[in-house]
Design a protein around this ligand. Sequence first.
Ligand code: GZL
Length: 318
Amino acid sequence: MKLNRIAAVTALGIMAAAGTAQAAEMVVGFAQVGSESGWRAAETKTAKLRAHQDKVNLRISDAQQKQENEIKAIRSFVAQGVDGILLAPVVATGWDSVLREARDAKVPVFLLDRQIDTSDPTLYTAAVTSDTVLEGHMIGDHLAKLTNNKCRIVELQGTVGSSPAINRKKGFEEAIAAHPDMKIVRSQSGDFTRSGGKTVMESFIKAEDGGKNICAVFAHNDDMGIGAIQAIKEAGLKPGKDILVVSIDGVPDMFKAMANGEANGTVELSPDMAGPALKALIALKSNGTEPQKWIKTPSTLYTPATAAAEYKRRAPLY
Ligand code: GZL
């Protein structure tokens, strides 16, 4: 009897250890867009932190904002036999074939911070993103209130073909459609970067009589908004006053700009997209729990009124 009991306890012990070891050995590939913005860098930093906390071995590839590099990374992760893949899809189209390979190899894929256009929802397990249409709508409503529903707006779009650029534009236009005196008079992509935002804003200022005819700039992310602030200053104008600045992400530098009176509002986007994805992947792998298809992160409007305090709260995250 005694021997059987010892054997059973030993077997349990080995299984438990193996179980823990298995969770510790979970390997996940992260096909990251790149490091085009402060928010993107914070998403990568947070992903590393969450992986460490969840005892996941996270392998990150930086695609330098090129879809072909993300596709190569996904193929490589599948070949390595990873337990799961996180994908932040730089653009919304062109994923079906490589995601079919991952699905057929039984490697679950979680989308982070951007959606894809596909007619086959089985190509990914879940998407962890904000409601990017809502973000555009919220900041459009905010600008309408700031300008009493009358404003000539220039728009700095995000990466062409990316879901946030398409959706934020859609939501913003829905918000201002209710106000005939609010018009987007110029719109161009700054590719979600500070330098792109600055360069495009310089061209808008030149085209609009030195900026005198521009009431506000709507930037699809804070980094392009910060670039626009630099361009407005270099044109001898006051950002936040002569030309209002509204954007999305909620990075610390935008809170600093608002506290300095140089910007007028931002909608916060959580950089923690990997956390919910890893939790869902672990639940799927360990007890077969299927996650909901869209794990939605919150969107909150912030204005200069609370910017100084909020800046202090956020800096450690970035
Ligand atoms: C939005 C995310 C965007 C950020 C940008 O969900 O994909 O990509 O708003 C980043 O800062 O470049």
